[in-house]
Design a protein. Structure first.
Length: 263
């Protein structure tokens, strides 16, 4: 058994290539620049956790041969992080039971509004051959919970155009930061008081945007948190894989689709 993660999709909302911008700044001859929408799989000694349900989820699960899950975590309700949720019905069918999903209250409300047919309860299992059967659990930033003995701390993030949440696993074994513009002092305090082993950070564009941190902001947070290793994720066509490798220290790696990381 092992602790590892798989980057199912390393791309931002448009993917790479995108319909509007094509390959952009990305070298089309480098297969690591071809990116599906973001999603990440964690395996802690057989406890299997999915973070976000990309619109590309079906193919991601097939490619990674993922057939069961102990839980699904949601960072926020944007379509590129949520709208593959219907593909979880296949996990229901394989496991013949409910699937637990964890999200902040605003995301749960949106799931119930957009996808009411998905929602079940802990005491009731739908006929999973014909209907999805997801059980929604509310999480609160700063309040740790467990999935199969894996300790998970939701982390507050700020400045995105809707609320977003990050997650810390096993007191710093891995930290996943999703779409954000800045991190509040409460989150920095949590991270700076731990020895973070693997930090996953989003870099949608190097220059940043109104609702996304740019490269200078990301590097400043990396310096403050001081993790052993950094994985850069959620990249749009403005971010070329090899260019980022060439300009980064050895402990910082750009993500790519199907990338496996031992934790």
């Amino acid at each position: 058994m092992s602790h590892h993660m798989i980057i199912l999709g390393a791309g931002a909302a448009p993917g790479v290539p995108s319909l509007s911008s094509g390959w952009g700044n990305c070298d089309s001859s480098n297969p690591r620049n071809r990116r599906r929408r973001t999603g990440t799989y964690f395996n802690f000694d057989g406890v299997e956790i999915l973070l976000d349900t990309s619109p590309d989820l079906r193919q991601q699960l097939l490619d990674a041969q993922i057939r069961r899950l102990d839980g699904v975590l949601y960072t926020h309700a944007h379509a590129d992080h949520l709208h593959g949720i219907d593909d979880l019905r296949e996990i229901n069918r394989i496991n013949a039971t409910n699937l637990d999903c964890y999200a902040a209250d605003d995301v749960i409300k949106i799931i119930k509004h957009r996808f009411p047919y998905l929602v079940s309860s802990q005491k009731s299992v739908k006929n999973v051959l014909s209907s999805p059967s997801l059980v929604l659990h509310r999480v609160k930033c700063g309040h740790e919970f467990e999935i199969g003995g894996v300790r998970i701390m939701p982390l507050k993030q700020c400045g995105h155009n809707i609320p977003s949440v990050g997650y810390m696993f096993n007191d710093g074994e891995a930290v996943y930061v999703s779409d954000f513009k800045w991190l509040p002092s409460s989150t920095l305090k949590i991270l700076q008081n731990r020895r973070i082993q693997t930090l996953i950070m989003p870099l949608t564009t190097p220059f940043g945007q109104k609702y996304h941190a740019g490269w200078d902001e990301i590097r400043a947070y990396i310096e403050k948190i001081n993790p052993a290793r950094v994985i850069i994720n959620h990249m749009a066509s403005e971010v070329d894989y090899q260019t980022l490798v060439d300009s980064s220290p050895e402990n910082l790696l750009p993500a790519f689709d199907t990338m496996r990381i031992d934790l």
